[in-house]
Design a protein around this ligand. Structure first.
Ligand code: GAR
Length: 199
């Protein structure tokens, strides 16, 4: 079995998509073991509780520096046997010490077609605001491996979504979530669960 830890910061709709896929048998033999938030008030924690999944809050500000935070987070995930770390709307940049511990075993969902609208400062609604200002007609979402850069790791899966006349950032964000993110994140986890080298 591939044990997954899901890291969250906010609403947790992507976490919900993974939970729903798990309940519907759509994750292969992957299972969510732990949800970790960097914020006490993330609604994602409620979703974990409702699904009966253990959760923890580990906040960077409770550690003297980013490396000690990363080491503590890595220790917690190792303790529960994590084989895959899923960043699902997790807005903390992980320190190299954490990336080294889980090299090749961390994936992220990003709400654009990388390499467009990604990198430092591109997160959440800001991504959709930038896409609308540039006037692109197609956007989408990307699941990629996490390396030490910002949104630079190898791409695992992408799905395109149409931008429509009159879209606001919020409307576009919702469409990208529904049509792309909630589809490809569980699908990528299933794909990785079937691959020997990630176990
Ligand atoms: C999602 O749209 C996710 O792709 C994005 O934050 C949102 C979190 O929503 N992540 C990034 O922008 C990372 N750069 P959620 O908490 O409802 O899953």
């Amino acid at each position: 079995m591939l044990k997954i830890a899901v890291l969250v910061s906010g609403g947790g709709t992507n976490l919900q998509a993974i939970i729903d896929a798990q309940n519907a048998g759509g994750l292969g033999d992957a299972r969510i073991e732990l949800v970790v938030s960097n914020k006490d008030d993330a609604y994602a924690l409620m979703r974990a509780k409702e699904a009966g999944i253990p959760s923890k809050v580990i906040r960077p500000k409770d550690f003297p520096d980013k490396d000690l935070y990363g080491a503590a987070l890595a220790r917690e995930l190792k303790e529960c046997g994590t084989g895959l770390v899923v960043l699902a709307g997790f807005l903390v940049v992980l320190p190299p010490v954490f990336i080294d511990e889980f090299a090749g075993k961390i994936i992220n969902i990003h709400p654009s077609l990388i390499p467009s609208f990604c990198g430092e400062g591109f997160y959440g609604l800001k991504v959709h605001e930038a896409a609308l200002s540039r006037g692109v007609k197609i956007t989408g979402a990307t699941v990629h491996f996490v390396d030490k850069g910002c949104d630079t790791g190898p791409i695992i899966m992408q799905k395109a979504v149409e931008v429509l006349e009159g879209d606001t950032p919020e409307v576009l964000q919702r469409r990208v979530m529904e049509q792309a993110e909630w589809v490809i994140l569980p699908a990528a986890i299933k794909k990785l669960a079937e691959r020997e080298e990630i176990r």
